[in-house]
Design a protein around this ligand. Structure first.
Ligand SMILES: *[C@@H]1O[C@H](CO)[C@@H](O)[C@H](O)[C@H]1NC(C)=O
Ligand SMILES: *[C@@H]1O[C@H](CO)[C@@H](O)[C@H](O)[C@H]1NC(C)=O
Ligand SMILES: *[C@@H]1O[C@H](CO)[C@@H](O)[C@H](O)[C@H]1NC(C)=O
Ligand SMILES: *[C@@H]1O[C@H](CO)[C@@H](O)[C@H](O)[C@H]1NC(C)=O
Ligand SMILES: *[C@@H]1O[C@H](CO)[C@@H](O)[C@H](O)[C@H]1NC(C)=O
Length: 465
């Protein structure tokens, strides 16, 4: 009943907007989408209960157990790309090819942080991506603990010559990550010699969570790493008691010239509108800790699974369904930017861009960005997933690797699940197959396959604003 109500609201919205789509046309679209009920059930049955059960999980486990983590610029990443190129060909997919991209190459080297005062304590750290290293003897300095950029600016005179420790609370990823991205430059502006951030994580069992940081032009580059939530809070307590804290930080991090890499592409070519595209994607690179199983092995492998499921059922959508496994997402969407530059001439023929990069646990629903008309259509499509009870269409379809297309007006979708769990393991040693659940991946793959197939097969492209 809930969904009937939504439908009525959508139609009323469309009429009141004076939209180009008439009520009759929208009813026709509704009927067209409803006619995919049997196909949706067949996809769900194959993925969740049938022969493809656990396939995406098992394929992923084989890759990440064999290769391990896949940092931008590493040999591991290039091995993984070559294996995937072979896998996609052996799976019988079409137009399997690699598109060259130059990507950043940073290595962390040996690193350590030891508290010398008020007591000796060896801390768990992870250098942040693109950070410079310290001199070989390290940097030994007194600590200034702050909880926000505001506090840093208020206490700017005290920061000179110190190691700034940020003990910022975790609010949500998109706002708290600014401390990771900008923390070093903000500290350097007020004369700090290094900075350490409290890991950007929703929970912690003494786990550092790395990620990219960005130096700003004209600001001195200082070494920067993340520490655990536990150590950040402890230093905050020590400082508030007036204790003097001294840390010796050693980091062997180095930046090397850009390396050669590839976006990995495969297709099911459309039967009627082969030039038109629905894109499904995840990224193959990861950080250099854990296995990169969750971020973003899961997203990459349910995207591959989507094409496998549709092929196994002998289906071929009218539009081309294109799988892209991005390279160097973690370095700021480098592969995705290259892909956009290369393919944007065809932007008018992209119906929908999809990216799964927030986990492949049991999905809450689909996050979507697009016109009201397109959203109304996506709500109808999601009704096809009633048998597995994943029917919500939420806001914010954005993801790093599809953002270029979305900003240029192409509708975009991403998979939403338990973000508290996701950001507990994100960019840490804990991102391994142990976090992944085959049954949840089956459902995530079914959602991904039903949505992408139906949008690729409907008579018309999704309407834009
Ligand atoms: C899929 O994984 C689940 C959970 O581990 C297990 O119970 C089930 O037997 C597996 N199915 C197949 C076909 O291996
Ligand atoms: C994250 O938190 C900030 C600050 O409270 C808020 O403005 C923003 O809307 C939140 N973002 C999301 C995606 O929830
Ligand atoms: C753009 O689309 C045309 C077909 O419409 C295709 O031949 C061409 O290869 C595409 N170009 C790129 C860069 O994707
Ligand atoms: C888009 O696809 C149509 C056919 O579906 C084709 O005629 C047109 O040339 C394509 N546009 C671009 C920019 O490739
Ligand atoms: C279906 O999902 C909704 C949330 O999207 C949840 O509240 C409800 O309990 C679920 N129903 C079943 C039968 O699992």
């Amino acid at each position: 009943m809930k969904y009937l109500l939504f439908t009525i609201v959508s139609i009323v919205d469309l009429i009141s907007l004076g939209s180009a789509i008439s009520q009759r046309t929208f009813q026709e679209i509704q009927e067209e989408i409803a006619s995919y009920g049997d196909i949706a059930k067949a996809i769900i049955n194959l993925a969740v209960y049938g022969k493809a059960q656990n396939r995406s999980y098992e394929r992923l486990a084989l890759l990440v157990d064999t290769i391990g983590p896949r940092l931008s610029g590493s040999k591991n990443l290039e091995k993984a790309i070559q294996i995937m190129y072979q896998n996609l060909q052996e799976d019988g997919l079409e137009n399997v090819h690699l598109e060259p991209v130059k990507i950043p190459h940073w290595e962390r080297g040996e690193e350590s942080a030891v508290m010398l005062e008020p007591r000796t304590h060896k801390m768990a750290i992870l250098g942040l991506g693109s950070s410079i290293g310290t001199p070989p003897e390290g940097i030994t300095a007194e600590v200034l603990v702050v909880t926000s950029f505001d506090e840093l600016h208020r206490r700017a005179p005290q920061a000179r010559g110190k190691i700034v420790v940020y003990n910022q609370p975790y609010v949500n990823y998109s706002s708290t990550v600014l401390y990771r991205v900008q923390g070093a430059s903000e500290a350097a502006r007020v004369g700090a010699v290094a900075s350490l951030i409290r890991s950007v994580a929703s929970s912690s069992i003494y786990s550092p969570h790395t990620g990219l940081q960005e130096y700003q032009d004209g600001v001195p580059k200082i070494p920067t790493a993340c520490i655990t939530v536990e150590d950040a809070e402890m230093m905050s307590r020590m400082a508030s008691r007036g204790s003097r804290i001294v840390i010796q930080l050693k980091m062997g991090a180095k930046n090397y010239p850009d390396a050669d890499s590839f976006n990995t592409v495969a297709e099911l070519v459309g039967s009627k509108y082969p030039e038109q595209v629905v894109l499904v994607s995840g990224h193959l690179d990861s950080w250099d800790v854990g296995q990169g199983a969750m971020d973003d092995g899961g997203g990459a492998f349910i995207s591959w699974e989507t094409l496998s499921l549709i092929k196994d059922l002998g289906l071929r959508p009218k539009r081309t369904l294109r799988l892209v496994l991005w390279t160097a997402e973690e370095q700021g969407g480098v592969g995705a930017f290259q892909y956009y530059q290369l393919h944007k001439a065809n932007i008018s023929n992209y119906s929908l861009v999809m990216e799964s990069d927030l986990g492949t646990f049991f999905p809450y629903g689909l996050q979507f960005t697009g016109s009201d008309k397109a959203r109304a259509i996506m709500k109808e499509v999601m009704c096809l997933l009633q048998p597995i009870n994943v029917t919500q269409v939420l806001q914010y379809g954005e993801g790093t690797d599809i953002s270029y297309w979305i900003q240029a007006g192409v509708p975009g979708a991403s998979l939403l699940d338990d973000l508290y769990k996701y950001f507990s393991f994100h960019h840490s040693h804990g991102d391994t197959m142990t976090v992944m659940d085959p049954k949840q991946m089956n459902v995530a793959a079914a959602v991904w396959a039903v949505v992408s197939f139906v949008v690729a097969d409907m008579e018309e492209m999704l309407p834009r604003s």
